[in-house]
Structure formats: structure tokens, C-alpha cells
Design a protein around this ligand. Structure first.
Ligand code: 5GP
Ligand code: ZN
Length: 113
């Protein structure tokens, strides 16, 4: 039984796709926390940042550059935006398939809650 985001990769659960290539998928978060709230995921199942290996180095770098491209496309690159990866319970991770949040379009407080 595949996880929720694996189902989105497979297409059995719909999502508003923003970008897709052979290794990653970007889609709109179902409960957006800002005017831009996109999730970028690897197509292969990796549960958390703790599970990354050296084999994923290029993939994670490409995901981060994709976040910058999406922010730039939407005009948030100069104003600012935030990339976040929550890991495990205390950080609030609820879906255990690695995902990078890309948030922008409003002032974002720091430190986070
Ligand atoms: P986490 O809390 O694990 O860092 O983030 C999980 C994110 O996935 C949340 O922002 C949540 O709104 C989003 N999410 C959960 N289920 C779905 C879904 O079925 N579709 C989409 N597009 N986003 C989802
Ligand atoms: Zn998965």
C-alpha cells in the first residue's frame, strides 16, 4: 500500500500539478498557508530527511533549484519566500514522504511556531 504522496505520483489521487519531470513532482498544497504554497516531492519514496543518502544529493539540490524557479515564475523571488522540510513529530511532519514546502506572497514570521 503506497503512501499518500506516492499515490499522487502514480496519479491515483489528483493534485494540481505545478511541475513534473522524471525525478520530481511539484503541486499545490491542499491547505495553502500562504498565497504560494507548493510542495515539491521526489517521485521515489523517501520518508524523511533522516532517510536521505548520498545517492539523493543531486535530487535534493535540483528540488531546491526548482523551488527557486517556481518562486521566480510567480514573482516572489525578490520579495522573498520560504523553503521548509519538516522532519518527524516535533517539527509537525504529517506525511511521511519527503516534501519541500515553498511558501510566499505574505510576510512570514521568524522564529516559526
Ligand atoms: P507536513 O506537515 O508533513 O510538513 O506537510 C504535509 C502537507 O501536505 C500539509 O501542508 C498538507 O496540507 C498537505 N497535504 C496533505 N494531504 C494532501 C493531499 O491529499 N493533497 C495535497 N495537495 N496536499 C496535501
Ligand atoms: Zn511515498
Amino acid at each position: 500500500m503506497a503512501c499518500l504522496f506516492c499515490h499522487i505520483v502514480e496519479g491515483s489521487i489528483p493534485a494540481k500539478k505545478v511541475f513534473e519531470d522524471d525525478q520530481m513532482l511539484a503541486f499545490e498544497d491542499i491547505h495553502p498557508q500562504a498565497p504560494m504554497h507548493v510542495l515539491i516531492i521526489p517521485k521515489t519514496h523517501v520518508a524523511t530527511v533522516n532517510d536521505l543518502t548520498g545517492d539523493h544529493d543531486a535530487l535534493v539540490g535540483t528540488m531546491l533549484r526548482r523551488a527557486a524557479a517556481i518562486a521566480r515564475e510567480r514573482g516572489y523571488d525578490a520579495a522573498g519566500y520560504r523553503t521548509v522540510i519538516n522532519t518527524n513529530a516535533q517539527a509537525g511532519q504529517t506525511v511521511f514522504h519527503l516534501h519541500m514546502h515553498v511558501l510566499g506572497g505574505r510576510p512570514l514570521a521568524w522564529p516559526p511556531g
